[in-house]
Design a protein around this ligand. Sequence first.
Ligand code: URA
Ligand code: SF4
Length: 232
Amino acid sequence: MLDLHQKYFQLLKLTRKYIEQETGTRIPLPKIRRQGEEGSRKGTLETIENTIQGCKKCRLSQYRKNIVLGTGNTDAPLMIIGEAPGEQEDIQGQPFVGAAGQLLTKMLAAIHIERENVYITNVVKCRPENNREPHHDEIEACNPYLIAQIKVINPKIILCLGNFATKTMLGKTEGINILRGKIFDYQGIKLLPTYHPAALLYHPALKRDAWIDMQLLQKEIEEENGVRNMSD
Ligand code: URA
Ligand code: SF4
C-alpha cells in the first residue's frame, strides 16, 4: 500500500510541476480541513488568549508592548515554533513579521506553502529586552501556553526554528547543527528542527542545509496531504 501511496505522490508532484511550467504560476498546496473540528479549535484558542492576557509569570512582562501568542490557520497540519518576538513582533503583536519573518515567508513559498496556511508561534510570547536570548526560567514559565497551543492545533508536523525551539521541544542537549534535518517524534507528532531564519540572515552559508530541510518538510507534507486525499 505504501508503494502505491508513494507512486501517487510522485504523480501528483510531476503533474503539479508540469502545470506550473506550462502556466508559469505556482500552485499552492491545498488547504486541509479537518471535519467537525474547526469551531471547537478556534474556541479553545480563544480560551488560551483569554488566559494569557496580562500574564506576569516572568520578567519579560515588564518590557513587552504586546503579548505575541501566535497566528495562522488553526486547522493547519504544520505548526512552526520560533524563539521569541523581536521588535516588530512586539509592536505589531504578530509573530515573524520582521526581517527573519520575511525570510521565513520566502522559505515556505519555495515549497509552495502559503504562510496563511500554517500556524506560527514562539517559545516565549513576550519580547526579551534588546532581543537577548530568553532565559531558561522564562521559557519554563511560558511553556504551558505553548503546550496548550500544540494540544489545540494538534498539527501533523512541527517545524522547530533554531536551538531554543528545538531544545524546548525535545529536551536534548545537542545543538541545532546536529539535530537539524531529522524527523523526531513529539508525542505522536513529527518534529523537524531546522536553522532559525535569523541565523540564515547572519550566516548565508547555512542556507544550503536549510533548503534540504525545507524539501524534507515538503515531502512530509505532501505525504500527509496524499494520505488525506486518498482517504476522502
Ligand atoms: N524571531 C523569532 O524567533 N520569532 C519571531 O516572532 C520573530 C523573530
Ligand atoms: Fe507570561 Fe510568557 Fe510573557 Fe513570561 S513570556 S510574561 S510567561 S506570556
